[in-house]
Design a binder for this molecule. Structure first.
Ligand SMILES: NC(=O)c1ccc[n+]([C@@H]2O[C@H](COP(=O)([O-])OP(=O)(O)OC[C@H]3O[C@@H](n4cnc5c(N)ncnc54)[C@H](OP(=O)(O)O)[C@@H]3O)[C@@H](O)[C@H]2O)c1
Length: 244
């Protein structure tokens, strides 16, 4: 059997592009997400297109207790994990309604920590593997318009940074991918600037390139690195007046 990769949140637009990318390079695919029917349909398409093994698994990021069971039920140990699931949530609702805030934090941060801790321990023991997390530029600085989501992604970015430092001596590579705007279901209906908006395929290309080169942190598109460099250096007294 060829090397396999576990894709968490596999029904997302970005995850689908990542699955196509790994499939096209001959990887076996383990698709995990909430709706296994959708994943089974995707699996059939991926098998047909790329002639690779594809299996689908139920995975809910906020059903923490189920994560170990999912990991133990996988056929063999995957070579790597790509953690894609996420929840943008509604900032205004989150400010008044704890359940919306908690769902945003639990999906983007706690759930990711819960499942990736399990993968990390397994890879560390085996002395090999890779973990790629899709975080966000929103985690680089909290903004009025989405700081609940942004702070959860900031936590995820910091988690991946620590994990990378812990696991490098075991030969396990950890990559953080920080997209800016991407045209997906998540941003549907938002007026994102065309020049700054990537496609899911661009994220997938960056994920594959980062995996092959063992890159620690990657921005999609590359220019977001410089945009965020400027944004994080704006003084507080100016930043608080900006409508960001
Ligand atoms: N689009 C952007 O502009 C952008 C920018 C920066 C970062 N990102 C990040 O990129 C990643 C992929 O997002 P996307 O743009 O491809 O959006 P998307 O198509 O809306 O994907 C979000 C995915 O997360 C899954 N998900 C949500 N809650 C879950 C849970 N409790 N358990 C398991 N899966 C859950 C959804 O599953 P269901 O199909 O079951 O709902 C869906 O597959 C996310 O982490 C997002 O934060 C996106």
């Amino acid at each position: 059997m060829s090397k396999s990769v576990l894709i968490l949140g596999a029904s997302s637009d970005i995850a689908r592009a990542i699955a196509q990318k790994f499939g096209s390079e001959g990887w076996s695919l383990l698709l995990a997400g909430r709706d296994v029917e959708i994943l089974s349909r995707d699996a059939a398409d991926l098998r047909l297109r790329h002639n690779v093994d594809v299996a689908a698994f139920v995975f809910d990021a906020i059903d923490f207790e189920s994560h170990k069971k999912l990991w133990d039920s996988l056929p063999g140990r995957p070579e790597g994990v790509v953690c894609v699931f996420g929840y943008l949530g509604n900032q205004e609702v989150s400010e008044r309604n704890w359940y919306e805030a908690r769902k945003t934090i639990d999906t983007n941060f706690t759930g990711a920590v819960s499942i990736l801790n399990i993968a990390a321990n397994s890879f560390e023991e085996r002395k090999g593997g890779f973990i790629i997390g899709i975080s966000s530029v929103a985690g680089d600085r909290g903004r009025t318009s989405n700081y609940i989501y942004g702070s959860a992604k900031a936590g995820f970015t910091a988690y991946l940074s620590g994990l990378r430092a812990r696991l490098w001596k075991s030969g396990v590579k950890v990559t953080t991918v920080k997209p800016g705007f991407v045209a997906t279901r998540m941003t549907e209906g938002m007026n994102t600037p065309a020049l700054l908006t990537a496609t899911p395929q661009q994220v997938a290309d960056d994920v594959m390139r980062a995996y092959k080169r063992g890159r620690p942190v990657v921005y999609t598109g590359w220019f977001w690195k410089y945009i965020m460099l400027v944004i994080i250096h704006i003084p507080e007294r100016v930043f608080r007046k900006l409508k960001l």
